[in-house]
Design a protein around this ligand. Sequence first.
Ligand code: GCO
Ligand code: MG
Length: 398
Amino acid sequence: MVKITGVRAILTQPGPARLVVVKVSTSEPDLFGLGCATFTQRPFAVEAAISHHLAPLLVGRDVDRIEEIWQISMNHAYWRNGPVLNNAVSGVDQALWDIKGKQAGMPVYQLLGGRTREAATLYAHADGRDPHEVAGNALALREQGYRHVRVQMGLYGGPTDNLRLPPSAPPGNYFDPRGYSRPMLEMIDHLRNTLGGEVELLHDVHERLHPIDAVQFAKDLEQYRMFFLEDPFAPEDIGWFPTLRQQCATPLAMGELFNNPHEWRPLITGRLIDFVRMHVSQIGGITPARGVASFAAMFGIRTAWHGPDDTSPVGHAANLHLNMWAPNFGIQEWPQPSEIEYEMFPGLPRAADGYLYPNDRPGLGIDIDESLAARFPCDERVEEWTQTRLPDGSPARP
Ligand code: GCO
Ligand code: MG
């Protein structure tokens, strides 16, 4: 019987995002697994959860028992369904799926049920300071073969050049919810006129609007036939979804901030969204994501797993295996990883013509160059972009 002999967090920051990868070593020489545990705002907390709590709990256990280990790991702290511990559990879970695939000599998607598609359709990000710059960046992505583009103007929260703050306003990342919708509608109108109907448009509200303004914004977007509108509400405001759903046919995506099944369950059973967008490591890994995908499929809801640059390349590999299997796969967010990430994570697939193809190696099909990773230690910065404030200086959700 193959046993777990070590559970170790590898922290690295090859780009802006701080990444956490878990390496599970086993009693079989050269048999190890990798999993994503990336919570980029709290990497050191995840590392502590792994080294102080999960490693002592799991060393000596049977690598075969993925489900049992997931259940024990999720419940061992008694209090559960939180972002730090869920990410720690995900790192182990994904690594155990990686190991099982290596033992079976199969890609993980084969263990989930085999291919239902040849590749995963991707969307990439276009941004800019004005509609013309956004359009130029979107056209460049179309030239690379992307047929789905997320269009933002000033990343999240909209333009900030006309904000009028009190003289005593403290430092922060300011935005004005009431100044968001009109410029965004103008930008999306320009994009639709520039790109025509051949490129699907996506947009991320990022929980920055007051709920009733999000309802109006989604209705105003109906004419543009969006592929989806993301995070119209904060997780704390999911009670607004029925109001929006009854008035509007703009497809909705929600979930990257979810940790707890109570958050996504009503949106799925009520058919209140069209895409589940969880950050797979934030809900505990492949094991729960497989369950959520199957549950969502019963309600006609598709997957669109969270996948920006603060998903590690190992996490992108896990997303890809879920995407190759899931009958209700919708779309995959793709951050266009850097060359240093391709060097650090051998096996990370490359996008081709708007698609991502698995490499069909056993397990997750990805490795990590630990010596290179060690050359990019995580910084100890105090996150600034999440210190969001409204024009009057009051704190706001990021
Ligand atoms: C997205 C997300 C991200 C988050 C980031 C937080 O849709 O990709 O909104 O951009 O802001 O992952 O750390
Ligand atoms: Mg988002």
